[in-house]
Design a protein around this ligand. Structure first.
Ligand code: AMP
Length: 396
């Protein structure tokens, strides 16, 4: 993949597709601006080369055609301005391809930055519509995709738009390059022992990734809701815990494959069991064998945490995707927090993927201790599955 460094961009109009889909709290404050910070390198590179910069991103899932204020990118423009530490303003368009965006784009001078409104306000974005893409392409001479976290989707600003630029005029940004390099290097040539820690709600979302990982790693550690499908497949009674009954055979196949390949496979040995899916309910720490009927496991227990820590001790490379429990509720967050601490304390190269997992490392205060925290959940999962991303293919 070409990166922005390989193109002649001096003084040109550059369209940068960013992923500014950042979490906000109920008051509209941005709670984690990592995705904006990670985009700064490419933006600064373009500012330093006197480009006229047009930034575009989606934000959550507004209804197309309705410009609902809560999905506006205005707070992102403000945060971007603060983080860029530049005196001049960042221009904010009131629309995506409408009159205001056109007028502001035409008025840009060297080094100016314009942010278009939420791409998903327009129907054409998710429909990968060529007309809409051509209007976006009209803004610029150069197209840069720095939106790793959105590059697993064939949307207009990721895919269709690239048809309007030849190979001398399109490339990936620095963040895109960093993300892709990390995952491909680690998966192709990991320093061993290589351990995959996989959690989160369901096996179904990560089945392909697990199937691919088992062939590459030395150990697999499973936590979170998905562990219960594996435990049930082994014959355990797991009460009302999250189980995908239609995937029991797939779970058995993965465990069999691990055994055939000599890959060590670790499942929780105890859980925090709750009478209901709530923080305000009775909770018990029980061995897997003793989950009471009707109760559900919502976090891994202390014995599992210790077991997993032992298994991580000699790791040289760790890839982590998915929390160990319902970490959003304090009561069930200890397993995930301890996993974050334990991974951060190893001497391994540590790669964290997935929005929830990145959030856990942030809450645990470990984000800076990890070697690399990916900005893309679905996109990083695709790379782990061994797939390429539509956004990268489109740049070729
Ligand atoms: P995923 O999007 O598949 O990575 O899953 C993340 C979600 O899994 C988080 O919102 C967690 O609350 C949820 N989760 C983790 N462990 C459990 C569990 N034992 N039961 C139900 N949900 C869980």
């Amino acid at each position: 993949m070409k990166t922005v460094k390989d193109l002649d961009i001096d003084g040109k109009r550059v369209f940068i597709r960013c992923d500014f889909n950042v979490p906000k709290d109920e008051f509209g404050n941005i709670t984690d601006d990592r995705r904006i910070r990670e985009a700064l390198t490419t933006i600064r590179y373009c500012i330093d080369r006197d480009c006229k910069i047009i930034l575009a991103s989606h934000y959550e899932r507004p209804k197309a055609g309705e410009y609902e204020a809560k999905y506006s990118l205005v707070p992102v423009a403000k945060r971007l301005h603060t983080l860029l530490k530049i005196k001049r303003d960042i221009f904010m368009a009131e629309d995506v391809i409408g009159e205001d965006a056109q007028a502001k784009a035409n008025a840009l001078e060297a080094g100016d930055v314009l942010l278009l409104e939420n791409l998903r306000y327009e129907e054409g974005e998710t429909a990968n519509d060529a007309d809409f893409a051509s209007k976006l392409a009209d803004f610029a001479d150069i197209y840069i995709n720095d939106a790793f976290g959105a590059s697993h989707r064939k949307h207009a600003s990721i895919d269709a738009i690239t048809k309007f630029f030849d190979s001398e005029h399109k490339a990936g940004g620095f963040l895109m390059g960093k993300e892709v390099n990390f995952f491909s290097k680690i998966l192709q040539n990991p320093i061993r022992p290589f351990v995959a820690v996989v959690g989160g709600s369901k096996v179904s979302g990560k089945l392909e990734a697990l199937t691919n990982l088992v062939t590459k790693v030395d150990k697999v550690i499973i936590g979170g809701g998905m562990a219960f499908t594996f435990l049930k497949a082994q014959g355990h009674e797991v009460g009302n815990s999250l189980v995908e009954d239609d995937l029991l055979q797939e779970a058995r196949d993965i465990m069999q494959k691990a055994q055939d390949l000599g890959v060590k496979f670790y499942l929780p040995v105890d859980v925090v069991a709750a009478a209901e899916f709530s923080e305000n309910t009775t909770v018990k720490f029980v061995p897997i064998q003793e989950i009471p009927k009707g109760w559900m496991g919502l976090d891994i227990g202390p014995a599992s945490t210790r077991l997993f820590r032992e298994a991580l001790n000699d790791a040289q490379t760790i890839i982590w995707n998915g929390p160990m429990g319902v970490y959003e509720m304090d009561r069930y967050s200890k397993g995930s927090m301890a996993m974050s601490n334990n991974i951060a304390q190893t001497h391994a190269t540590t790669i964290v993927g997935g929005g929830d997992t990145a959030d856990v490392t942030q809450r645990a205060g470990d984000a800076d201790e990890m070697t690399f925290v990916s900005t893309g959940g679905g996109a990083s999962l695709k790379l782990i599955e061994g797939d390429t991303l539509p956004g990268i293919e489109a740049l070729k």
